[in-house]
Design a protein around this ligand. Structure first.
Ligand code: XIL
Length: 354
């Protein structure tokens, strides 16, 4: 691709970083100017004016990180509370940013009352009410929804490929089809996405997960279910290897299924990387550049979104703590909002690297 030639990389400031060399393709040339963005949580938006400036400066798309989850919208069983979601969405719209809706159906992020849903009838009633209400409220505002999040089970064994959840338990695998149909009915123009993680590395488990995603999308499409895109979360483990061949084949299959692609939660899990900050940041940038090149060589994503913008605020710090106790550095800005090498990669993607 034009963007990942030596020259392009030099301009992006990454000339010194060794990258896997792949042939330049026409699709890759067309990758000029992929919109980039970040998720942000309401607590940060309210408390730190610097995050607003950074989102305005670096992002085309802003994603409410937690504010559209059940936990936030339906903390009380009695009604819907849009206050936090609306604050993020209003900020994005006022500043001309695109949006993604995350997420309508997830096994996690549920308020306590929803975790006790106890029957098929109740599950159906609450799921229907939720999707109809939320999607209709943001009709014409939210262009794309992660309709289902993380529905493939972690190990994806052939006999239990779908994740255990209150939805699967009470409604069976058909809840996925139901969710997409409900979302489409509530906003026929919204783009409807299946979002999932661990699709990029080598190994049998990841290969099974990719196969299951394809199987799921194919079976939905065969039934005429409106599924328009796949979101790859892309929480990248620095110690794991990107399966270049497997991933590219997967993305080619997706294209044949006429499903679009977005990178929805990009960050680097740096718990096993060296302590040295410069070395760590360079390795993280190299990983992100190599991953995005692998993707863009086959498929231009709709957008590339990082899960947060600054190392000051990331779920990685809570979930993948380093054994040396040093703070994690998973995102494109450091804790003082200074751009790291990863940001140069993303700015390259945004510009098209020419
Ligand atoms: C995480 C948020 O970043 C945290 O702030 C929150 O406490 C838990 O959820 N996969 C997803 C995201 O799809 O919704 C998760 O976000 C991270 C993993």
């Amino acid at each position: 691709m034009a963007g990942l030639t030596r020259r392009g990389l030099l301009r992006a400031g990454l000339g010194a970083l060794p990258l896997v060399q792949l042939p330049m393709t026409r699709q890759a040339l067309a990758a000029a100017g992929v919109p980039v963005g970040a998720a942000v949580m309401i607590e940060d938006l309210r408390s730190d004016p610097r995050i607003k400036d950074a989102l305005i400066r670096y992002c085309d798309v802003v994603v409410p990180m937690n504010e559209l989850k059940w936990e936030a919208l339906r903390h009380s069983r009695a009604g819907f509370d849009y206050s936090a979601a609306d604050e993020v969405i209003t900020f994005a719209r006022r500043n001309g940013k695109g949006l993604r809706g995350h997420t309508l159906v997830w096994h996690d992020g549920l308020p306590a009352w929803a975790r006790t849903i106890g029957s098929r009838a109740e599950a159906e009633r609450e799921l229907t009410l939720h999707i109809e209400t939320v999607v209709a409220r943001y009709r014409g505002i939210m262009p794309v929804w992660d309709v289902v999040n993380e529905v493939v089970s972690h190990e994806a064994p052939p006999d239990a490929p779908l994740r255990d959840s209150i939805w699967l338990r009470h409604l069976g695998p058909g809840y996925i089809e139901t969710a997409f149909r409900l979302a489409a009915a509530a906003d026929p123009k919204a783009r409807l996405v299946i979002n999932d993680y661990d699709l990029e590395n080598t190994g049998a488990r990841t290969a099974r997960r990719r196969a299951e995603i394809l199987r799921l999308i194919r079976s939905l499409k065969d039934k005429g279910v409106p599924v328009h895109g796949l979101g790859m979360q892309a929480h990248l483990y620095a110690e794991r290897e990107i399966d270049v061949g497997g991933l590219q084949q997967f993305l080619a299959e997706l294209a044949r299924l006429e499903v679009s692609l977005a990178i929805t939660e990009l960050d680097v899990i740096d718990w096993r990387l060296p302590a040295d900050v410069a070395a760590r940041d360079a390795a993280a940038a190299r990983l992100v550049a190599g991953f995005l090149k692998t993707v863009i060589d086959v498929r231009k994503p709709e957008s590339v979104i990082t899960w947060g913008l600054t190392d000051r605020s990331s779920w990685i710090s809570g979930t993948f703590r380093r054994s040396d106790g040093l703070p994690n550095r998973p995102l494109p800005l450091d804790a003082d909002y200074r751009p790291k090498p990863m940001m140069r990669v993303l700015e390259g993607v945004r510009r098209g690297w020419n």
